[in-house]
Design a protein around this ligand. Sequence first.
Ligand code: IPE
Ligand code: IPE
Ligand code: MG
Length: 239
Amino acid sequence: MTERRLLKIPQHVAIIMDGNGRWARQNSLSRLQGHKRGSEVAREIVTASARIGVSYLTLYAFSSENWRRDPHEVSGLMSLMKHYLESEAQELHKEGVRLKVIGERELLPNTILDLVEKVEELTKANKKLTLQMAISYGSRAEILHVVKQIAQKVRDRRLDPDKISEQDFEQHLYTAGIPDPDLLIRTSGEQRISNYLLWQVAYTELVFVDKFWPDFTPEDFMEALLTFQSRERRFGTAA
Ligand code: IPE
Ligand code: IPE
Ligand code: MG
């Protein structure tokens, strides 16, 4: 089936890009080489998303819990992100991609944070695709952040606790203003959420792919979109 015949393109796709380490081991490479190949695949999927007409793509690049990995792997991942931002910013801009980073920014090294802010500023008016990179992201940390903001508002008497709504909550999420994901894809065969977008995936369709992320292709991406199309979403209504 060609891309054009695809109906019902999900507006927002979120991906847990998992399996770089196992792919590397399988190919007798270092974990960092796995991450490098993984970042190239991410780049291809960004372009494919823009071409297909997905409006929002959220990629899990580094979790709050990933800080606990071996320092060598963590610093290698940070260098890779720096390299990615530096080498791809202009090209992403040309493709009409708006970059946004979600996560605990205050934990990122200054060199990365400065670059992130620069690229966000450069691309902020782009409309084709919003790329949310989840870096130093953990959903529980995000929810705690929201709770603190709301508690502050209540303390300042700007919000009545009896009237706190889902909208009040959502406007403090890192993803404020972005619709919830329609489709979540996780590669590597693991079938878990790993602290990703817990609030936002309440009614998201889940697709688990039995391939390591560096082996994931634009064709596999199309396959996941077709699976999405075959699902019937109900949002709590009767069948
Ligand atoms: C995903 O691949 C990338 C990050 C978490 C940074 P992994 O590094 O988790 O690879 P596996 O799961 O160990 O194979
Ligand atoms: C989730 O993968 C985070 C990213 C893909 C960045 P992990 O490999 O960290 O998750 P677990 O530990 O298998 O649950
Ligand atoms: Mg993993």
